[in-house]
Write a protein that binds this ligand. Structure first.
Ligand code: GDP
Length: 304
């Protein structure tokens, strides 16, 4: 079994490639939930849902949400004078309702998200990093923003420079038993090419997560999110700058020191085992190729 730590797009594309390589029964994604938000009366899990939609081949071309979704609810809410800065398509909202009903009935986030995967017909597992709430807040331009407001309302990396990232609730969070079991049983643990600060940072900082990875029999490898020297999308550079991480594969490898045994990137990296390949995953073939090469590389590090 392969365990992939993922945020949104980068990790999701690698997970989709890995699905072709190992099949749904052998894939388990541990997804960041520090971007989660309660809005319109539902619990939205952007990163776990993005991964699930990629695995179900239902991701829309705009990069998030359900392919071909409609926006009747948003239109009606706007007509009613309601704020709609967080855009949620009708089918997306239905998936969030599936999750929220179960949460209201007292089920854990892990169980509630499993119902979303089932609704999408996805057999691979996507596990929230923790059942406890963790919420990223970003200080920028002298005020503190809940993560989604920073991304959408404040204009993310294009807005005021990031001054601080705060992971509210992280000290009280723990990896679920499902996450711990997946990490312990994995043949390879892969840190996807997601934002090291706001996507992978929360996962690794859940108390007990680093210990679980360090104690796992499997080798851990990271895929760099930098392609041709830059982030493919999103404010990765802005967050790395604030965290003191160089926006290079070398910087990423150093940020994961003590966690990873190797790194996959399209540029040379020193001080850790490295596989240099083209890591752009813009087609199904490229996603399968990068996933397959990453798994082979991890196997070569396992010493057996
Ligand atoms: P977000 O929540 O959608 O921003 O998700 P992530 O944290 O997963 O993704 C952002 C990162 O994914 C960016 O740093 C991108 O450079 C990286 N990324 C997106 N597509 C690719 C790709 O095809 N290859 C690699 N190596 N990284 C990618």
């Amino acid at each position: 079994m392969v365990a992939i730590l993922a945020g949104g797009t980068g990790g999701a594309k690698l997970a989709r490639g890995m699905l072709d390589v190992v099949g749904p029964e052998e894939l388990c994604v541990v997804a960041n939930t520090a971007d989660d938000i309660e809005v319109y009366g539902v619990h939205v899990s952007p990163d776990p849902d993005l991964v699930a939609l990629w695995l179900a081949d239902l991701i829309d071309e705009r990069g998030y949400g359900v392919r071909g979704d409609t926006w009747e609810v948003m239109t009606a809410l706007a007509d009613a004078g309601h704020e709609t800065w967080f855009r949620l398509g009708d089918r997306d909202l239905a998936l969030c309702l599936v999750r929220t009903e179960l949460l209201r009935a007292g089920r854990r986030l892990t169980e509630a998200h499993a119902a979303v995967l089932e609704a999408l017909g996805t057999r691979a597992r996507v596990l929230p990093m923790s059942d406890e709430p963790v919420r990223t807040h970003v200080r920028a331009g002298g005020r503190t923003w809940p993560f989604q407001e920073f991304m959408i309302v404040a204009g993310a990396g294009a807005g005021p420079p990031v001054e601080e990232v705060e992971l509210r609730g992280i000290a009280r969070a723990a990896p679920s038993t499902e996450v711990l079991e997946a990490i312990a049983r994995a043949e390879a643990i892969v840190i996807g090419p997601s934002n090291p600060v706001i996507s992978i940072g929360p996962i690794l900082n859940v108390p007990g997560m680093r210990h679980a990875i360090a104690n796992a029999a499997a080798p851990t490898v990271a895929v760099s999110p930098f392609v041709g020297g830059r982030a493919v999308k999103g404010p990765t550079e802005a967050f790395c700058a604030q965290a003191g991480i160089a926006a290079t594969a070398q910087g990423v490898a150093e940020a994961y020191a003590g966690v990873i045994d190797g790194v996959v990137a399209d540029e040379p990296v020193s001080g850790v085992a490295a596989l240099e390949i083209d890591t752009l995953m813009d087609t199904p073939e490229a996603r399968g190729r990068v996933a397959g090469a990453t798994l082979e590389f991890a196997r070569s590090l396992s010493g057996g």
